[in-house]
Design a protein around this ligand. Structure first.
Ligand SMILES: *Cc1c(COP(=O)(O)O)cnc(C)c1O
Length: 402
């Protein structure tokens, strides 16, 4: 079974996890992360959502409207609500999957405090439009959600530098992982100091039990992605049994994990540090895989391909199908698991149904049902194999074999 995702974990991460703890593990990860992202400050959190929640508070936002995509990870509006603010949802634009910034501008009212500009799936958000929008609304704060786009570039400019601050998610499914964890970066030293102070007050030091849990989780990840084990996991997942353990949201609830205010562990910081060194190489491999899909699948009927964008980091390569399930089934029969990543449109969820939502074409609703993501972790070679299977499933011979 070829899994839809696979974290790039090897010996360096394992050795780092078991290395002798140092009191400055967290600080070293923060410093290295800030340097890699070209930002003055990085502040580590147990989750990306914890970082966002405390960032909104450090920015002094209370009872304000925060504009965010309708098509993004649901933990984003959760953090907005739990910070004492109100999310306002904006639909995506056609083309890449990012929020429509013209609609976002229409969503601005006297109560708007910030806009969460998200480079979804690694497609860089349009920094020029964002800059123009900020010139027209000078009080508007811009938060870059870089959970999918560490160091993605809009025409040569890194997106994380295009706002007041940027948030990152570091769980096992992200481009770069510290097991769990999140990071906030900023070039504003005063904001960084406020956020650090808030973190040190609100987030307690991780206990030994949490460090052990994280270590065990990491150890479980290594064999989990080996073929026979992963096949079993996939069967459990499809049977619905695994959902009890891995489901990260509940339609009707706005909640955080139990340990969201227990700090990032040293284990996680050391693993993250080990990952940082290979980040650029990981992204290059994904870009090569995306280019292969773009070339080989161009003539495949029934699947709409995403654009090939320079500067995108391709956290996911997402195609849009008329109907998703026949493709998933056909590829599964060929031993390949495809993913469906964001299978909801947030304003359709029970917890957010009453929120303001600006949309013209209702793309988020369509994508929630019709997007499929293809594996990227294995670079060009794996992409060729997956593309071959898709072509075969559609009754087309892969190029070069006919
Ligand atoms: C993963 C993710 C986050 C942060 O997630 P955490 O699980 O809280 O670390 C934020 N935004 C997007 C778009 C994400 O995919």
């Amino acid at each position: 079974m070829i899994p839809r995702l696979r974290p790039d974990l090897g010996w360096p991460e394992l050795l780092a996890a078991f290395a002798l703890p140092r009191p400055d593990d967290l600080a070293r990860f923060e410093t290295a992360f800030a340097r890699e992202m070209g930002q003055r400050e990085a502040i580590a959190f147990p989750y990306g959502r914890t970082g966002l929640l405390l960032l909104l508070r450090a920015l002094g936002l209370q009872g304000r409207e925060i504009i965010c995509p309708a098509y993004t990870c649901v933990v984003v509006p959760h953090a907005i609500v739990l910070s004492g603010n109100v999310p306002v949802f904006v639909d995506s634009r056609a083309g890449d999957f990012n929020m429509d910034l013209d609609l976002a501008e229409e969503a601005i009212t006297g109560k708007t405090g910030a806009i969460i500009a998200t480079s979804l799936f690694g497609y860089p958000v349009d920094l020029d439009r964002l800059e123009a929008l900020r010139r027209r609304h000078p009080d508007l704060l811009i938060i870059q959600d870089c959970a999918h786009s560490f160091a993605a570039e809009w025409q040569g400019r890194p997106v994380q530098q295009g706002g007041t601050a940027a948030i990152f998610g570091l769980n096992i499914s992200k481009l770069l992982t510290s097991v769990f964890g999140g990071m906030v970066t900023t070039d504003d030293p005063a904001l960084a100091a406020r956020l650090r102070e808030l973190r040190d007050r609100e987030v307690r030091a991780p206990g030994a039990a949490k460090s052990l849990r994280r270590l065990l989780y990491l150890l479980a990840v290594y064999p989990a992605f080996l073929p026979p084990v992963y096949g079993l996991i996939n069967r459990l997942e499809r049977s619905g049994w695994l959902n009890r353990f891995v489901r990260y949201y509940d339609e009707g609830k706005i909640e955080m994990p139990g340990d969201y205010l227990e700090g990032m562990t040293g284990v996680e910081a050391r693993v993250g540090l080990a990952q940082l060194g290979k980040y650029r190489r990981l992204v290059e491999r994904r870009q090569q895989a995306a280019a292969v899909y773009d070339r080989l699948l161009a003539k495949l009927p029934g699947l709409q391909l995403p654009p090939l964008v320079p500067g995108a980091t391709y956290s996911h390569y997402v195609v849009v199908a008329g109907e998703r399930s026949p493709w998933l089934a056909a590829l599964l029969a060929r031993g390949i698991q495809l993913g469906w990543l964001i299978e909801y449109c947030i304003p359709e969820m029970a917890a957010y149904r009453d929120c303001r939502y600006l949309s013209r074409a209702h793309l988020a609703e369509a994508w929630a049902r019709r997007t499929i993501n293809l594996p990227l972790w294995g670079g060009a070679a794996l992409a060729e194999r997956v593309a071959g299977a898709l072509l075969a499933a559609a009754g087309r011979e892969p190029a070069g074999q006919s």
